[in-house]
Design a protein around this ligand. Structure first.
Ligand code: FES
Length: 143
């Protein structure tokens, strides 16, 4: 288990960020399927690579009972898997498996952030939920 680190959200204040793409990490900071902690937009997030090598970014908080994905979570079978009780979340954020055999809660899902990788950098789109980013917009483009 990873040692405790100060969480970005401990500050208690989330400043506003304009809509757009932001460089959040270097490509070499996301080596594989292990979920790596990422502080961005005043939030605690995690990032990891799926089987195709695509980077996925989501919240660092499991909706089950609040386990931290950064404490040993990984991407397996193209799903984000919580290290605590094994709940699995698909690429769209929906929970698709609860290993204990319980039924899947209807609202169990995580927020998946839109990600692109260019020139050795991981870029995340910050905008309203459901907003479709221009995939060709430059970083910090505020159109
Ligand atoms: S805290 Fe994530 S599955 Fe229980």
């Amino acid at each position: 288990m990873a040692p405790y680190r100060a969480r970005v959200s401990d500050a208690g204040y989330v400043p506003p960020f304009p809509k757009g793409w932001y460089v959040v990490a270097g490509s070499d900071e996301v080596p594989g399927p292990e979920l790596v902690a990422l502080g961005a937009f005043g939030r605690d997030l995690v990032m990891g690579r799926d089987a195709a090598g695509e980077v996925r970014v989501t919240q660092d908080l499991c909706p089950h009972v609040g386990g931290l994905f950064s404490q040993g979570g990984r991407i397996t079978d193209d799903c984000i898997v919580c290290p605590f009780h094994g709940w699995k979340f698909a690429a769209d954020g929906a929970c698709i498996e609860v290993p204990a055999g319980d039924s899947i809660p209807e609202r169990a899902r995580v927020r998946m952030w839109k990600v692109r990788e260019r020139d050795g950098c991981i870029e995340v789109f910050h905008g309203r939920r459901g907003q479709v980013p221009d995939p060709d917009a430059e970083v910090f483009d505020r159109r």
